[in-house]
Design a protein around this ligand. Structure first.
Ligand SMILES: Nc1ncnc2c1ncn2[C@@H]1O[C@H](COP(=O)(O)OP(=O)(O)O)[C@@H](O)[C@H]1O
Ligand SMILES: [Mg+2]
Length: 274
């Protein structure tokens, strides 16, 4: 397991008994595409901020690629292995020129100067943004900004990439661009941890971790979790549209062979009805 967590609990106010996370066990395999799904305030960000030591572990155990997150000497090594992209693209830039912004992380890690331009270019290529090196981040669309933020992370060649609600502020095209990037990086062998409260964004993941009130209430194969309407109800998450239509049809006396999770699957199964 590349991520191995046991009994993680966290409270923002140490004097308080209210926990943002309660007894969470977390195990993620190398190369897996995991979606952490839960409504606002369910503890998703608190959980993933432990993975690259943005939050200090208070209770429990957690290792990333064998590194204990509570070992302070390993924080920078950990952050290089486990990159993170955040919700607001505008808060992630440190320079007004794209190439300088991507170079910033490399400089921090004391990558030799002469190697930096090539690494910046490779990162831009990975996010389909070659030729944008001299542009100002704030002249780009939301989806492009997120891809530049992602390039800054990719330049450091992390094994694990965490996307914390990165589509929340994007228009539909921008969302598609960024979701496409996640799938591409997954295919290239990266471990992807995507956080969202939009159920439709979870359908492409291998597995889903369902959070509610600081607890992990379920984890399993995407199809099993997203078709379990009772479970989703507890998590205050509306099932995917295809699942809702499946049950509406069932109520009307029409039974599809299996419960679909995407609209494409739904259309296919409807076409196959006798
Ligand atoms: N910096 C903070 N200080 C105090 N409480 C916080 C802070 N960040 C989050 N919380 C609380 O912790 C709980 C979990 O929040 P969070 O992990 O941000 O949830 P999510 O990412 O699922 O929306 C919520 O009750 C939230 O109000
Ligand atoms: Mg959050």
């Amino acid at each position: 397991m590349v991520v191995n967590g046991k009994n993680i609990s966290y409270s923002y106010d140490c004097n308080d008994t209210s926990y943002a996370l309660r007894n969470v066990d977390l195990s993620i395999e190398q190369g897996e595409f995991v979606c952490i799904l839960g409504c606002n305030g369910s503890g998703k960000s608190t959980l993933v901020r432990h993975l690259n030591a943005l939050l200090q572990l208070q209770h429990g155990e957690l290792t990333i690629a064998g590194i204990d997150v509570s070992n302070e000497n390993d924080i920078w090594r950990l952050r290089r292995i486990c990159g993170m992209v955040f919700q607001n693209p505008d808060n992630q830039f440190v320079s007004s020129v794209v190439e300088e912004d991507i170079a910033f992380g490399l400089e921090n890690y004391e990558v030799p100067r002469e190697e930096i331009p090539e690494k910046v270019n490779s990162a831009l290529l990975l996010v389909d943004m070659e030729g944008y090196d001299k542009r100002a981040p704030n002249s780009l669309s939301g989806g492009q900004k997120q891809r530049i933020a992602l390039a800054g992370v990719l330049a450091l060649e992390p094994d694990i990439i965490i996307f914390d609600e990165v589509t929340a502020m994007l228009d539909p095209d921008g969302k598609q661009e960024v979701l496409e990037m996640m799938r591409k990086l997954h295919k290239a062998g990266k471990t992807i941890i995507a956080i969202t409260h939009y159920v439709e964004e979870a359908v492409h993941a291998d597995s889903v971790i369902l959070m509610h009130e600081g607890k992990m209430i379920a984890s399993g194969k995407t199809r099993d979790i997203l078709t379990d309407v009772q479970l989703l109800k507890i998590a205050e998450i509306m099932p995917p549209m295809a699942v809702r239509v499946y049950y509406d049809l069932l109520d009307a006396g029409v039974k599809l062979k299996e419960c679909p999770i995407t609209n494409e699957e739904l259309a296919e199964k409807i076409c196959k009805l006798p």
